[in-house]
Design a protein around this ligand. Structure first.
Ligand SMILES: [Zn+2]
Length: 68
């Protein structure tokens, strides 16, 4: 029944390797995620600027201010 249980030293080594792999994976994913979020934010800022300008423009007209 308990044949599959490895010795403690081996288990700790495997766990250390798994922990190291998980740490590096998480760091890589964190870096990729951060880069993606930063790129998305930049894209949103650049793509959203005209939209914000237009919405402000519409709000101006809605408020009765004619600019053109
Ligand atoms: Zn206008």
């Amino acid at each position: 029944m308990s044949q599959s249980a490895p010795p403690a030293s081996r288990a700790s080594t495997v766990q250390d390797r798994i922990a190291a792999a998980r740490t590096s994976l998480t760091a890589t994913q964190l870096a990729i995620g951060t880069a993606l979020v930063a790129g998305l934010l930049v894209l949103l800022v650049f793509a959203g600027e005209p939209a914000v300008h237009e919405s402000l423009h519409d709000a101006r007209h809605a408020a009765g201010i004619v600019c053109h």
